[in-house]
Each structure stands twice: as C-alpha cells, then as structure tokens.
Write a protein that binds this ligand. Structure first.
Ligand code: NAD
Length: 463
C-alpha cells in the first residue's frame, strides 16, 4: 500500500464529463484519477500494455503518496478505466488530454514524436466535436502543430479545438498539487472553449488564468526555468560561502524572509534533477537561441547545476585522501524524496564519480533502489541505511528522505569505519552531528571537524 492521504471529497454537481487521457505516466495517471475523483468518466490510455495490465489488476506502476487509494476507489466506482485501445478512448470522450512524454533530444530540442503520434491517432478516430488539451510540456508553437496534424489527417469532417493546459505538479506531492494547484493555466483560442475547461476545473476552486495558447506554453517553461535558476543561484552563493567561511543556510534564511524573494527553492545542495527542470531549461535555451535571444543566464543555470555533484565528490576525495578502495555509503538514490523516479537523479552523477575513482559503493533508498539497479548493477543495495553504512569510510546523503533526519548515531558509530558525514542536502544539524562524534561536511557551510578524528573502530579497516 503506497503512503495514503485522505483527500477531501468534492461536492459534485451531477454533470459528468467524458474524458480520455492519452499517456498514463506520472502526469496522465494523476490527472486521470483526479478528474475521476471530481465525478467525471475517465479513460486512461497508454501504448504500454504492461502498464495498463498492471493498473487493471489494481497495481500502481509508480510510487506517489495517496495515488493508489484514489485509483482503486475510482476504478471500483466505475469512473476510471484503463485501456490500450486509443480509438475507443477518443471516440467515447468529449475532452481528450495529451499527457505523453516529451524527452530531450541531444541538442536540448524536445522530442515531440509522442505528441505528434498522439495527434495523428486523434485524427484517425475523431468522430465529433472534441476539445484536445495539451498537458505535456511542449515548445512554443506545438498547440498549433497539433491542430494542423489533426485538421489535415482527420477522417471525418468534424470540428475540434486545441487548448494548452500546462501541468505544474511535483512528483512526490503530485496528488496534492493536482487537487490544490496554485493556479490553473488555460491557453485557448476562444473564450467559448476556455469555458469548457473552466467548467471541468471549477470544483477545485483554485485561481484560473485564461491566456492565448502561446503564452500558456511560455508560462510552463518560464516557471520551471525560474525555479531552476533560483536553485543554481543559491548554489553559486554556496560556493562563495565555502570560500569565505559563511553559512549558506543562514544566508538563504536572511534572503528568504524578504517577501519579494521568498524562502522556497533557496536550499543549497547537489542541485536539481528529475525529468523536468533540466529538460525544460534546455528546451527553452534551444527555442530562445534559435530566435536569437540571449540565453547566458539559463546556460549558467545548467552549468552550475551540472557542476554541483562534482564539487561534492571532489570534497569527499580531498577529505578521504582519494577514493580508491574506499567503502562509501550513499543514502538516497531517487531524484528527490517521496518518489522512486531516478530520471536525472544526482545520485547517478555522484555514484558514477565514486566508481570511476575506485570506491566501493553501498546504497540505500526506501523505494528507488530497484530503479537504480538497472543503471548501476555493480553496486551493493542494502535493505536499510545501517547496513549500507557498515564498514564505510564516509556516509554521503544524496536525497533528503525524512528518515535520514533521525539517524541513530550511536548505532552508526558502532558500524562505520570512519565517522564522516557529507550532507549533500544540508538536511542535518551540523552541531548535533558533531556532538554525536561525526565530522560534518555540508554544502556552503563550514565543516565541523572533531579535533581528533575518532579512532578507527572497525577491525578490518584498522588492520
Ligand atoms: N513528471 C512530472 O513531474 C511532470 C510535471 C509537469 C509536467 N510534466 C510533463 O508532462 C509530460 C508527461 O510526463 P510524464 O512524467 O508523465 O511522462 P511519462 O514518461 O511518465 O509518461 C508518458 C506515458 O505516455 C505513454 N505514451 C507515449 N506515447 C503514447 C501514445 N501515442 N498513446 C498512448 N500513450 C503514449 C508512454 O507509454 C508513457 O507511459 C511531459 O511533457 C513532462 O515534461 C511532467
């Protein structure tokens, strides 16, 4: 059973809208289940038969707190179904969401083949007026492209509209974010079609912004690029703190109290990962440079982010006097807590550097270990954090899972070979770690080093 949260029941107004969602990944599944929860009739479609079979059997292919409960309840109540039969999904719905992947190409340009593929399939099966809503994150102009594809290839002489409705959910809190979004952006070519979406979202009672399609597409990229830049900004100030002996956690607090700045996304650390920030900043750079816009700021955002794991491992290497033959524990593998998603996770860079330096890595993550195994089959995966730390010369915190906040230091002391913690997420209280007898290295903070390093406890290492 995935972590479940009781979500409020919405007072439905009786009108059921028939919806299909093409693409049953993180965004598609969460979108589908939330619309079903609001009382609509939803068909989730995917080309991946294994995924659809799992969902039909009541198994959830991704980890997301609260998702399982709502999927099971709505499927049981007959409002939510799953199919690979795209034609049926399209024919039976009034509103069709496109929520397929838009992975980055080599030069940062998003690969739109899943989106254009979905548009071609809609054209084949469209059998009456439909609203086609693009929820995937797509470059400026894609709304128009989807319209052209359907219009040119449709088999029946029917009308349709295309709307841009970008998604802002965060993995790990996707259900909450979809039920209580900060805003809902609807980019539409006419007020009439925007009203259809407004009606669909009305029960959520959240701020809605109606724009033209192009502005809606820009809002998504600009929002992610802004947040990513905030993270890289604080990480570049963290570098300064390390050089001059400042503490980035204090600096960020002092900045964040200013309402114009705000405290969110000012946590220095290993940088941003996941399937969206890096990909979306690269896509924006690609679009802007094609149009002759200056992208220096966004390129720096990416450079700083790429550099963070290297800086982190450089420090580990310096402190240990080399990596070769060292046993190192990596705590946290997912790109962020509360998800099993490994896409662009910082653990990939950190482990890659450790292995190429000759270290032996033992790793622990509450749920992402299996997904990491396909990337790094050669490291040791442990069922709990204490086993991962056994006989190690350093403990590296890479993902800020809550359970790492409550480390049992007494237990750790008896297990490790050397008492050193490198906190890649600045999640621990440096003073407390030190009091418990461990050296502490954070990001952009003064290290707290015990005057005399604790004696080697483990017989094997001591020998
Ligand atoms: N994951 C996030 O946190 C997040 C947040 C906001 C926006 N987005 C954007 O939303 C989009 C979807 O992201 P995701 O993380 O859900 O992707 P995902 O890879 O988890 O899911 C995409 C799904 O689409 C399916 N698919 C591809 N082509 C299909 C087709 N023609 N018909 C039916 N199914 C098809 C795939 O099999 C896959 O299951 C992307 O553009 C992403 O940038 C993602």
């Amino acid at each position: 059973m995935q972590g479940s949260q009781p979500f409020k029941a919405f007072k439905r107004n009786g009108s059921q809208i028939r919806i299909s969602v093409i693409g049953t990944g993180y965004v598609g599944l969460v979108t589908g289940v939330v619309f079903a929860h609001l009382g609509n009739q939803v068909i989730c479609i995917d080309t991946n038969k294994e995924k659809i079979d799992m969902l039909r059997a009541g198994k959830i292919p991704i980890y997301e707190p609260g998702l399982e409960d709502l999927v099971l309840r709505n499927a049981e109540d007959g409002r939510l179904s799953f199919t690979t039969d795209l034609g049926r999904g399209i024919r039976e719905s009034e509103i069709i969401f496109i929520a397929v992947g838009t992975p980055p190409g080599d030069d940062g340009e998003p690969d739109l083949s899943q989106v254009t593929g979905a548009a071609h399939q809609i054209a084949q099966h469209i059998n009456g007026y439909k609203v086609v809503v693009n929820k995937s994150t797509v470059p400026i102009g894609t709304g128009n492209l989807v319209y052209q594809i359907i219009n040119k290839n449709k088999r029946q002489n029917v009308n349709f509209d295309v709307v841009s409705n970008p998604e802002f959910l965060r993995e790990g809190s996707a259900m909450h974010d979809t039920l209580y979004p900060d805003r809902i952006v609807i980019g539409a070519s006419s007020h009439k079609v925007a009203m259809r979406l407004l009606e669909l979202y009305a029960l959520l009672e959240r701020p809605m912004l109606i724009t033209d399609i192009t502005s809606a597409e820009i809002i998504k990229y600009a929002s992610n690029a802004f947040l990513a830049s905030k993270i890289s900004f604080i990480n570049s100030i963290a570098t300064l703190c390390e050089k001059v002996g400042g503490d980035i956690t204090q600096v960020a607090k002092g900045m964040g109290y200013d309402k114009r700045i705000g405290e969110q996304f000012l946590q220095a650390g290993l940088g941003f990962g996941g399937s969206c920030f890096g990909k979306d900043v690269k896509a924006l750079v690609h679009t802007m440079s094609k149009l002759g816009c200056n992208c220096n700021m966004l390129n720096s955002t990416l450079d700083i982010n790429q550099f963070q794991p290297n800086r982190f491992v450089d420090r580990v290497e310096d402190v240990l006097g080399g990596l070769d033959g060292c046993n190192i524990a990596v705590l946290g593998l997912a790109f962020k807590p509360n998800t099993d998603d490994m896409r662009d996770a910082k653990s990939i860079d950190v482990i890659g550097r450790l292995l190429s330096g000759g270290a032996n890595v033992s790793a622990y993550d509450p749920i992402a270990a299996e997904n990491c195994r396909s990337i790094y089959p050669q490291i040791t995966y442990c069922p709990d954090l204490y086993q991962a730390c056994k006989d190690t010369s350093a403990i590296l915190i890479v993902t800020e899972w809550d359970e790492f906040r409550h480390l049992d230091f007494e237990r750790l002391k008896a297990l490790v070979a050397r008492r050193i913690i490198f906190d890649g997420r600045n999640m621990l209280d440096a003073g407390r770690v030190s009091c418990m007898g461990f050296d502490y290295y954070g990001i952009g903070r003064n290290p707290v080093i015990l005057e005399e390093e604790a004696p080697l406890l483990h017989a094997a290492e001591a020998a």
